[in-house]
Design a protein around this ligand. Structure first.
Ligand code: ASP
Ligand code: MG
Length: 418
């Protein structure tokens, strides 16, 4: 069996969904499981709904209507007549969502989040599987919540592999086109859970692992895994093949093509992962497999903007020791600040971090009691895997380098644009 993943961008409109059909025609769809995300930016739109719900905002209803309108337009573009049963099916899903909003009593934000945000995937797969049947492909729509079982950590649920494995082995039919939702699971009480934002790649890997699949293909709007983001680098080139190890490293440093959790289950069973273009599905794309690195390595560039460089030094000239460092890290964790680079010397300690939730001000108040705190906002962190002089020059040119760290394979530079 092959597992295919189509992300939000690939199904953002009727054109995109028709294109999924074309891809399947070209690459085959027998004995395939499709894992599909919410359409376009639906997950973000549903996050707005959730926010409005908790804020008791007057915009709540209109934000729901917006999501409805968007999907309705897609339905109208795909199916000639409104009598098609998919209209009722999608309408019922929206009614369920509205019923939940009207009757929910739980004040637990993360719980409510998962119950609501999941409609994005439930609706997208309903539309997609109806469209494939409409076009004459026999499909089986699977509610992923009957397969992927998790703990009750809403918004970041942990997979119960044993139960999941049993469900998948027993109930996924071979030899047909199966369509299911990415990103979702369910807990012991059958409440919906989610695996973390952008988690659909991971879903594909979970199914592949449990099915002993032949391969996983992630269909993207780029030709495959590139050595740099073509939006920021001229001459970005496609990596024809990379090892799991290299892919994990790239994902770790922030390359966004593959969700970092995806690789581990695949690597364990040595299931190859392909990243291919949904525009040119017959091109080979990138193959991620065991020991597949091409040598010599191309330098790979990963850019993280909007970082914060913090330097802590001791007030009384004492050393910064393990004890301080573990305390500092506990604070970063507590304030949900992600550390992307660490450098320390005897009396100072520098970190480049991402403050997604804008908590640094509060953290700084605590740190300043014990340390002298210096920081630079809005800096950029460049990581170059397999760097060479020319690659280093590319990122340092016309910039002020605030910090640099070099190891055998990887060079990281924190810069301020000047
Ligand atoms: N729809 C979810 C998200 O946007 C999951 C995914 O796309 O992978 O985060
Ligand atoms: Mg998405």
């Amino acid at each position: 069996m092959r597992v295919f993943k189509f992300g939000g961008a690939s199904v953002k409109d009727a054109e995109g969904i028709k294109n999924v059909y074309d891809v399947l025609q070209k690459v085959g769809y027998e004995d395939v499981l499709l894992v599909v995300s919410a359409m376009g930016k639906t997950t973000n739109a549903l996050e707005t709904v959730i926010k409005n719900y908790f804020d008791k905002s007057a915009e709540l209803n209109s934000s729901v209507q917006e999501v409805k309108k968007y999907h309705n337009q897609i339905l109208m573009d795909l199916f000639e007549e409104e009598k098609h049963e998919v209209f009722t099916a999608v309408n019922n899903q929206f009614s369920d969502l509205e019923y939940f909003l009207a009757h929910n009593k739980s004040p637990n934000y993360n719980f409510v989040y998962d119950q609501i945000v999941s409609y994005g995937e439930l609706i997208s797969t309903t539309i997609l599987s109806n469209f494939m049947s409409f076009m004459g492909i026999k499909t089986q729509w699977l509610d992923v919540r009957n397969f992927i079982k998790t703990d009750a950590t809403y918004r970041d649920a942990e997979v119960d592999w044993e139960l999941t494995q049993k469900n998948i082995a027993k109930n996924v039919k071979r030899k047909i086109l199966n369509i299911t939702q990415g990103f979702l699971g369910s807990d012991e009480n059958n409440f919906t859970t989610t695996l973390g934002r952008e988690g659909s790649d991971y879903t594909a890997a979970i199914f592949a692992y449990c099915l002993n699949a032949e391969s996983v293909t992630i269909w993207k709007d780029v030709p495959g895994v590139m050595n740099a983001d073509p939006r920021y680098f001229e001459n970005a080139s496609l990596l024809n093949q990379i090892s799991y190890r290299e892919a994990i490293e790239l994902a770790f440093y922030g390359a966004t093509v593959i969700h970092p959790k995806t690789l581990q289950p695949l690597q364990k069973k040595e299931i190859p992962l392909f990243v291919k273009s949904f525009i040119n599905p017959l091109l080979p794309g990138t193959r991620v497999a065991k020991g597949a690195d091409l040598e010599p390595y191309l330098p790979c560039f990963i850019v993280k903007r909007n970082q914060l460089l913090i330097s802590l030094s001791s007030i009384d000239f004492s050393f910064i020791m393990e004890e301080n460092i573990s305390e500092i890290f506990a604070l970063f964790h507590q304030f949900k600040i992600k550390v992307n680079l660490i450098q320390n010397s005897a009396i100072s300690f520098s970190v480049c971090v991402e403050d997604k939730f804008e908590n640094f001000k509060d953290l700084n108040a605590i740190l300043s009691k014990k340390f002298k705190v210096d920081f630079d906002e809005n800096v950029t962190l460049y990581t170059i895997r397999h760097f060479n002089d020319k690659a280093a020059q590319t990122v340092e040119e016309n910039k002020t380098v605030l910090l640099k760290q070099v190891s055998r394979e990887t060079m990281q530079v924190v810069t301020k644009e000047s």
